[in-house]
Write a protein that binds this ligand. Sequence first.
Ligand code: URA
Length: 225
Amino acid sequence: MESPEQRREALSDLSREAHACVRCALAKTRTTVVFGSGDPDAELMFIGEAPGKREDEAGTPFIGAAGKLLDKLLGEIGMQRSDVFVANVLKCRPPDNRDPRPSEIEECSSYLHSQISLIAPRLICTLGNFSTKLLRADPTGITELHGSPEVVLLGGHSVRLYPVFHPAAALYKPSAVEVMRADFARIPALLKLPLPDPQEEELKAPSPAVEVKLIEEPGGQIGMF
Ligand code: URA
């Protein structure tokens, strides 16, 4: 087991590696790599889709309009950005904010999996479809899954996944903001729930790319890949 200092150092090394990344063509069009930001020891992680224009310029995730909504919803549950770690599925902006391509997600996903394994959060809020589908290794969409927590095994740790709508999708839709608000309201209680010991569970990787297994979640999703 690594010490907190070793994990922080490994996260800094990973960030340096990502900043030099040329695994996909987005390296040619990005301004900067948006690795992620926040508390490296956070119990709560948010994972979005990909940097937008503002984030690409600044190197920080969720600083545009969607980020402002994220901050507002966090504030309403008594938390702020510095309490959490925020990252994206893709670390580089797709041109014109087009959807991430499967090949880009595949090339980039090891950074996200390493981040999760080093930060070892208790709760991961996947924001929208891309991060939800990637971390669940399943194509079920966010409309069906939002607000349903489930425990999975990621990077050797039990973690509770909690899909919520992407704030950008809620920006111009007040009804979606209310759904997000209700989903966010459960976050403090979810952070307090115990997590099963992965050593006591039978491990099984559902796909070669992602080590994830649903374990069990009373009142939420129950299933197994
Ligand atoms: N949308 C995302 O998914 N991520 C960001 O960092 C900004 C907007």
